[in-house]
Write a protein that binds this ligand. Sequence first.
Ligand code: AHM
Ligand code: MG
Length: 335
Amino acid sequence: MEKRHITLGEFIIDNQKHFKYSSGELSRLINSIRLAAKIVNHEVNKAGLVDILGEAGDTNIQGEDQQKLDVYANDVFKSALINREIVCGIASEEEDDFITIQGKENCNSNKYVVLIDPLDGSSNIDVNVSVGTIFSIYRRITPEGTPVQPEDFLQKGNEQVAAGYIVYGTSTMLVYTTGHGVNGFTLNPALGTFYLSHPDMQFPETGKIYSINEGYYAHFPQGVKDYLKYCQAEEEDRPYTSRYIGSLVSDFHRNMIKGGIYIYPTSSKAPQGKLRLLYECNPIAFLAEQANGKATDGYQRILDLKPTELHQRVPIFCGSSIMVGKSRSLYGEIP
Ligand code: AHM
Ligand code: MG
């Protein structure tokens, strides 16, 4: 009998039953992310062909150069979510402040807010290396029908309703969780359809890959240096192998499949780390835990951190549970 291929569209509908009293709002929201992902994918894939490469000449809130495709991806995801009026607010790594969506006659009865890093790792675009989109979805906590407030976005990661990423790689994949495991879908570019290719993704308990920018070694805290020495030691199961793309989604995706740890620690150059709690670390931590892995800031669960500002940065250690546990033990006591 011919094997039945499940599409992302079918999967979303089938999984709606996991949500008690679901009105289909979350399903519609994930559907619009799916649509925006296809549009961005199309543009990313022709990045070498058209005059869209290079910097847009603007800098984002963190003072980093914005690449043209960052701006494009930000616009695509924003309009996919705003035009369909399925969220009440959006916060983006590329925007200074969150966006309130008023809806018809200034009344918006939608329940969800989306936080997004529209094109992560974008410094890699010019050299044809994989980039990604990361998204995180929460239920608002302020009353429906009123404008969203900062506290709707500054929720702990363990309040996430859904999170995921799209990796624009050798093939394009959408990987997401709604708190019932992690599933990965691969885009068939000829048909424009995502198919379930990686059901119930799980981190191996341990692995042999460590991913960190070792160029900053001299600036790392002693605990991180000690952990790196441990990774490199000649022992039965070591040295581990070092793999660092510099594109979080791609590094995380590879480690989830093969087993490994990704680290972006604090350093004397980046005292808070580099990655953003709301747009990068929380969604990645939710996926890690749903896939049987772990994510900490070196001391505690990322998902337990209480955010204080939209663009807050935190250090992150995430991946296979045994490896993250070991890094925790070498990292030291809470100061
Ligand atoms: P970005 O959001 O500006 O693209 O930065 C995030 C990226 C991650 O994808 C990647 O893991 C990290 O920055 C690489 O940083 P570094 O070049 O300092 O190693
Ligand atoms: Mg980013």
